[in-house]
Design a protein around this ligand. Structure first.
Ligand code: MN
Length: 435
């Protein structure tokens, strides 16, 4: 046990750590030495996708370090187009790897720094790299766990006096989404075509979505599988989480409104889901653990866990309107406001015997705060298009237009540093011609 820490691996979270990678020490860098998120990248020198860790404005190519004997892992583990094999090695292994990388990148350690040849091959500028989807995702589930979001939607489409449905306070509501269309930040998103029922028409039309929206979410990546037929206990659920990403659950509101009865969203949410390229480990988020909102009524026993299980992640939505250079922040909120915790979502998901697999992606649900400038969707901030946003560039928006780019950002604010997620961005392209 290292002196002063509850656990050996917590040395990696010390706010006083500094790196010899100078750009990592800037107070506004998303990737200080305390973060060390994992991703998959390629570059013009080596077009093979491979595993790396972000620090400051560079990526550390873990395969290079392994081949030089600087890591205990086999280099083959990192010569992959996904993190699944690394995650499969288990929590003890990723923790040990994180501790080792923290040490190698520490300003006090010359082991790697002094070897100019290895550094030259192992450090790749983020500006020169192409990021890939970091995990193979066997399944994607999306929850609906923000009380403010569920209340806004209920008030808009049902009854403001009974906005929350009676099951909402008992169940972390969710649905099984599509994993095949999860894309990494930077991938363009084509406006979907679909069935739309216009208010005065008797039958639907088939055409381009007219109410394209974003959903500001976070997602977690399952880090340990569970067996079919076996429930994960709420108290142990975080042991099954590898880390987190930002997630934009693009939504076609007009298609959704017509199709969602009675089985829930289908094509309206299946056309694309964007995630940020870097997976921030739960270990890196540990200093930002905080108390979740009080739950009343008390959840059923299988959904109970003692202590804090929320995480303090500041979130922002930026919109760069079509034809503009400058993006504008249209929403600010925080992940800590979520009513149901990730542990409760996972306990509930497996409570009937459904198994989860390494790489599974679980979306939090749209994250909204209490005010109109803290909404995680345009549906809420424009109240279904009734109150347009007036952007500083002079344009107006009710929903997303072709050419618009949406950029999600998130970070945990530490003392003099921040553990950030990078950007989760996507530009909308026009719909395909219909027959
Ligand atoms: Mn969603």
């Amino acid at each position: 046990m290292t002196a002063g820490y509850a656990n050996d691996w917590e040395v990696t979270n010390d706010a006083k750590l500094r790196s010899w990678v100078e750009s990592a020490n800037a107070s506004d860098s998303d990737f200080p030495i305390q973060n060390l998120p994992f991703g998959v990248f390629s570059d013009s020198v080596n077009a093979s996708p491979r595993v790396g860790v972000a620090i400051g404005d560079v990526i550390v190519d873990l395969g290079v370090l392994a081949r030089e004997g600087l890591l205990v892992q086999d280099a083959d583990l990192f010569a992959r187009s996904s993190l699944n094999a690394l995650i499969e090695t288990g929590r003890t292994q990723w923790r040990a790897l994180r501790v080792r990388l923290s040490s190698l990148l520490d300003a006090r350690n010359t082991e790697l720094r002094a070897n100019a040849d290895v550094c030259q091959r192992a450090l790749v500028g983020q500006a020169d790299a192409c990021m890939h989807r970091p995990v193979d995702i066997p399944g994607y589930t999306d929850f609906y766990s923000s009380r403010e979001h569920a209340t806004n939607v209920g008030a808009m489409f049902r009854d403001p006096k009974n906005a929350l449905l009676p099951n909402w306070l008992e169940i972390p509501i969710g649905y099984n989404g599509r994993a095949s269309s999860v894309v990494v930040s930077g991938t363009p998103v084509t406006r979907p075509n679909g069935q739309i029922k216009l208010p005065d028409a008797e039958r639907p039309i088939f055409g381009a979505c007219r109410k394209l929206d974003l959903e500001l979410e976070m997602g977690f990546i399952v880090g340990a599988s569970s067996a079919l037929g076996e429930a994960i206990a709420c108290e142990r659920a975080e042991d099954h989480i590898f880390g987190m990403v930002l997630l934009n659950d693009w939504s076609a509101r007009d298609i959704q409104q017509w199709e969602y009865v009675p089985l829930g969203p289908f094509n309206s949410k299946a056309f694309a889901t964007t995630i940020s390229p870097w997976i921030v480990t739960l270990d890196a988020l540990e200093p930002f653990r905080c108390q979740q909102p009080e739950q009343s009524p008390q959840p059923l026993p299988y959904l109970r866990h003692a202590g804090p299980h929320a995480f303090d992640v500041a979130l922002e939505v930026d919109l760069r309107a079509a034809g503009e250079q400058q993006a504008q922040t249209i929403s600010r909120t925080n992940f800590r406001l979520m009513y149901w915790t990730m542990a409760q979502q996972l306990a509930h998901h497996t409570s009937g015997g459904c198994n989860v697999r390494v790489g599974d992606l679980m979306g939090s649900g749209t994250i909204s705060g209490e005010t109109s400038d803290a909404c995680g969707s345009l549906l809420e901030s424009t109240w279904n298009g009734q109150r347009p946003l007036h952007l500083a560039c002079g344009q107006e928006r009710t929903f997303i237009e072709d050419g618009d780019e949406l950029i999600l950002r998130g970070w945990c604010q530490g003392d003099g540093y921040r553990v950030g997620f990078g950007a989760c961005a996507g530009q909308v392209l026009p719909a395909k011609e219909t027959a």
